[in-house]
Design a protein around this ligand. Structure first.
Ligand code: TXA
Ligand code: MG
Length: 313
């Protein structure tokens, strides 16, 4: 593949996508690796570029709520959730119409759909004129990129182009919600909180951690979100172990002696910084990241999910 091009306009990005190319795109959650979802060859190249296991299905990104019905059967629950949360950091798993190449859904009878909140992303989709698959634009097993430069660091020479946009506002991926039935099941906590889902569907529940969720959300089976530095998830500051080769991040200040300290002012900033911090820690050669946990509420649930996965990896 020729060198990866750096692009600055949605029109240029759409032109590459229409030719079956792979383009890194900004979204409000994290940067995505986009391709024409109707083009089986382009979809195959997405799996190849990421080194993604072929049994982990992709999210289909659309510009409008109306477009969802062309790829999925919109359940009554799905319609209500789209009404409230689209466009936004929510991915709905719905019964598939089977209109897209099987590789997109890895042969499942469901399809994951999302309408991104970032205007630029929807502009690219509209100009391309087809739904776009867009997994996070990292090599498989690496943290999701929250800047175009982080995506380029992972995928340079493996993708056709990178559309340079703003750093991702949320910094964690979308919430993945199974809306095939009568009650919402949160398969991956993300930018839309369980509490917000429960305002629409009081019965909404999170898939219990470690439950046999592998069946419902294939991505949960795979190793994820891991920096090279070892991540320790601290329950209290008493577990802090300062050292020059260790980085600390948490909502309270740690004891002195860490090589680098970040105390974000709130959970939103913590979430926004987490994946960038993982990459910066690796670039600076830190051996360990001590991350102080947060309350499991609101965006804190998604943040704790990513911290736990990073600590387990
Ligand atoms: O915020 C996001 O969702 C970002 C941006 C780029 O939109 N995309 C993203 O994609 O995080 P990816 O591929 O890294 O994660 C997609 C998740 C995986 O855990 C996958 O297993 C799950 O969605 N998924 C996709 N299709 C599914 C389906 N039919 N049923 C259950 N889970 C599905
Ligand atoms: Mg991913």
């Amino acid at each position: 593949m020729p060198a990866t091009r750096l692009l600055d306009t949605p029109a240029d990005a759409a032109a590459v996508l229409r030719r079956g190319g792979l383009v890194v795109l900004p979204t409000e959650t994290v940067y995505g690796l986009a391709a024409d979802a109707t083009d089986a060859e382009a979809v195959a190249r997405v799996f190849e570029a990421k080194g993604r296991p072929s049994d982990n299905p992709l999210i289909v990104h659309l510009a409008t709520v109306d477009a969802v019905a062309r790829v999925a059967l919109v359940t009554p629950l799905g319609a209500r959730l789209l009404d409230v949360f689209a466009p936004g950091p929510l991915t709905l798993v719905l019964p598939s119409r089977g209109t897209l190449p099987p590789a997109v859904t890895t042969g499942l009878d469901t399809v994951a759909v999302r309408i991104p909140a970032l205007d630029l992303t929807r502009d690219v989709i509209r100009r391309t004129g087809v739904p776009l698959v867009a997994p996070s634009a990292n090599r498989s097993g690496r943290p999701s990129p929250t800047t175009w430069a982080a995506a380029l660091a992972d995928l340079e020479g493996r993708v056709d182009a990178v559309l340079r946009g703003e750093p991702a506002r949320v910094g964690l991926e979308s919430s993945v919600v199974d809306a095939t039935g009568d009650t919402a099941v949160l398969l991956r906590p993300g930018g839309v909180s369980l509490e917000a889902l429960q305002e629409v569907d009081p019965g909404a529940r999170a898939l219990a951690a470690g439950a046999a969720g592998g069946d419902r959300s294939p991505g949960l089976r795979h190793r994820h979100y891991a920096p090279r530095a070892r991540v320790r998830l601290l329950t209290t500051l008493a577990e802090a172990a300062p050292g020059p080769d260790a980085l600390f991040v948490g909502l309270e200040a740690p004891p002195p002696g860490y090589g680098h300290v970040e105390v974000p002012p709130d959970i939103e900033t913590y979430a926004h910084r987490l994946f960038a911090l993982f990459r910066e820690a690796d670039a600076a050669g830190f051996a360990r990241i001590d991350a102080l946990g947060v309350a499991e509420a609101g965006l804190g649930r998604a943040l704790m999910d990513r911290l736990r996965r990073a600590a387990e990896a």
